[in-house]
Write a protein that binds this ligand. Sequence first.
Ligand SMILES: [Zn+2]
Length: 108
Amino acid sequence: MQGHADHVRADQAAALELSDDGVKDTVDMSLMDVNKEIALRLGERESQMIADIDQALLRIQEGSYGVCARCGKLIDERRLEAVPTARYDAACQALIESANGDDEHSTL
Ligand SMILES: [Zn+2]
């Protein structure tokens, strides 16, 4: 994951350098697309966050807050402090993330 992020940063740096040479128009276009994409993803992440918080409030009302939604074990207190909206304990979260692949950074 770290290596991937570094690679993206390097690409962006290269693109910014290119914009100083003669190819500004095309690079500006692609940077605009990238910005649009980032804005879109931030919006998605924000509504996902709100949905997570709604879910957490619902679980507090149901009395199931702090219980792993997958295996039913209590979620570690420190994990809940770090991730108050966590639905799964660390073990199940890791399983779910590895099942989903690593094409997306999790917010949990
Ligand atoms: Zn679990």
